[in-house]
Design a protein around this ligand. Structure first.
Ligand code: SAM
Length: 474
């Protein structure tokens, strides 16, 4: 009998066609596709993979949504592999941790989750989620900061592009004070409070603005529009700055984030280069890596988070330069892309060189019976389609000590992705992710569940009211 799972709000069936791109020109495929796409491993769901797509999209602990993050994958994806290939206490790692999806999901399942990311915002979010204070510790510290608040203790005047976003008598002084007096490098409570602030720093107002959970004028929450655009937008729409009480809204946010309790295990979030993974994770220690490396020249994490980075006391330019420099692709490729159109191939060479090194570092820390799951989105720019994951693997396969077991095709509905903010004329929103399943040994280790439906059922049960039909036969 099929298990019914309500799909009321679910739009992406595993085999659903992707939304057509209006601008998409006839394409020339230049990829070296492998036939592995069809060689699906039965325990990974056989022809019904990807199984995690059967799970309601709103599945996920409330902490995952602490702050939006570009390029994040759904919690059901790492959960599926954690359930299938690890035991309680095992080490699960993500060298490109982003908002910490893999690491948090691991801790929620009693595994040790470690996330490494070069972006300070990503490292903060990961570490706040996997190593949180208790609810009481977080609230006590917030009250302590509120008691000691004084405008006289603020030493740095906020720049005009920040001042235009917040009420200057109440909200902005409170934020400026917190920015200068929180000690995220030394205190776990402060990391959590700061991470909680990043999620509510800016966002759209509801019908009654006083009910807003965010602190800024009404603007998108997922990313920061450019200062110039925002200035015009605020002026033209006569946006009002409400004197929100930052301490009150942060306290409400903390209560919200603790409503589902904390994970039974702790982990670590580290700010560093994925290529330095060995400095944070011991050799042959990780049972599972679930990761998604940076895209080929798509996301400017600094630029799109300039308001949050102000709160973190980080420089936007430094963040973008360090990410571009370390991946040795982004900025340079962006420039040549605009001039040459097809110059993706230049970026591709650099990208694969980076990926090769990253995969070698992952192999160093992976146990002999370990599994590495790497999801890489296709690149499309209207003139040149690239199945980036497959092409990149074909380019590095002979030089890395991991073996490809299968590739699972994960079709995404582009409208659901944060990347839709670039609009269709940017032409680069991911439409298909290739999920590469790699091992250190010759074959896949034995899976915990012969029938993947058991994992899907558990996840569906955690998302009440969301039902879909799970097929009888695996
Ligand atoms: C596609 S995102 C990963 C998102 C993540 N899976 C999640 O669910 O949030 C890629 C990440 O790689 C990070 N990154 C880029 N270059 C890096 C490097 N050299 N070392 C570590 N992280 C890097 C970016 O900051 C970004 O967070």
């Amino acid at each position: 009998m099929a298990v019914a799972i309500d799909l009321a709000r679910e739009s992406a069936a595993p085999t659903a066609p992707t939304a057509p791109s209006r601008r998409r020109a006839p394409t020339t495929r230049k990829s070296t596709h492998t036939s592995r796409e069809t060689e699906l491993v039965p325990s990974l769901g056989g022809p019904l993979a990807p199984w995690w797509k059967l799970v309601p999209r709103r599945y996920g602990h409330v902490l995952h949504a602490m702050c939006s993050y570009m390029g994040m994958f759904p919690p059901a994806l790492p959960r599926y592999f954690i359930e299938q290939y690890t035991q309680r206490g095992d080490l699960v790692v993500d060298p490109f941790s982003g908002r910490g999806t893999t690491a948090l999901e691991a801790c929620l399942l009693g595994r040790q989750g470690v996330g490494v990311d070069l972006n300070p915002l990503a490292a903060l979010l990961t570490s706040a989620k996997v190593d949180p204070p208790s609810r009481e510790e977080a609230l006590t510290r917030l009250r302590e900061l509120e008691r000691s608040f004084s405008k006289k203790k603020i030493t740095e005047a906020p720049p005009p592009e920040i001042a235009m976003l917040f009420d200057q008598r109440k909200t902005l002084p409170q934020l400026s004070y917190l920015r200068e007096h929180l000690e995220p490098a030394h205190r776990r409570e402060d990391r959590f409070i700061l991470a909680a602030i990043t999620g509510i720093l800016h966002g759209n107002h509801p019908r009654n603005p006083w009910d807003s959970r965010c602190l800024s004028v009404s603007m998108p929450n997922t990313f920061s529009m450019s200062p110039g655009y925002l200035r015009k937008y605020i002026r033209e729409n006569k946006l009002k700055k409400y004197p929100f009480d930052a301490f009150e809204k942060i306290a409400q946010r903390i209560e919200h984030l603790y409503q589902e309790g904390v994970a039974p295990a702790r982990g670590r979030g580290v700010q560093d280069d994925a290529l330095s993974l060995g400095q944070h994770v011991a050799k042959n220690s990780a049972k599972l890596v679930v990761t998604s490396p940076p895209y080929l020249n798509v996301v400017r994490y600094g630029k799109f988070n300039w308001i949050r980075l102000w709160m973190l006391r980080e420089s936007v330019q430094r963040v973008d330069a360090s990410l571009a420099d370390r991946t040795r692709t982004n900025l340079e490729v962006e420039r040549t892309d605009r001039q040459l159109g097809l110059s993706d191939r230049l970026g591709f060479r650099k990208y694969t060189a980076f990926l090769e090194e990253a995969v070698c570092r992952v192999a160093d820390v992976l146990r002999d019976d370990g599994v590495c799951v790497m999801t890489i989105g296709d690149v499309e720019n209207g003139e040149y389609d690239k199945r980036l994951g497959l092409d990149a693997w074909a380019a590095i396969e002979r030089r890395v000590p991991l073996k490809l077991q299968t590739v699972i095709e994960d079709r995404l509905v582009t409208e659901n992705k944060v990347s839709r903010i670039w609009g269709e004329n940017k032409g680069r929103a991911t439409r298909v992710d290739r999920v590469l399943v790699l091992t250190k040994g010759d074959s896949m280790p034995t899976a915990n569940f012969a029938d993947p439906r058991e994992i899907v059922r558990t996840m569906a049960e955690l998302t009440p009211g969301a039902m879909r039909s799970i097929p009888d036969e695996a």
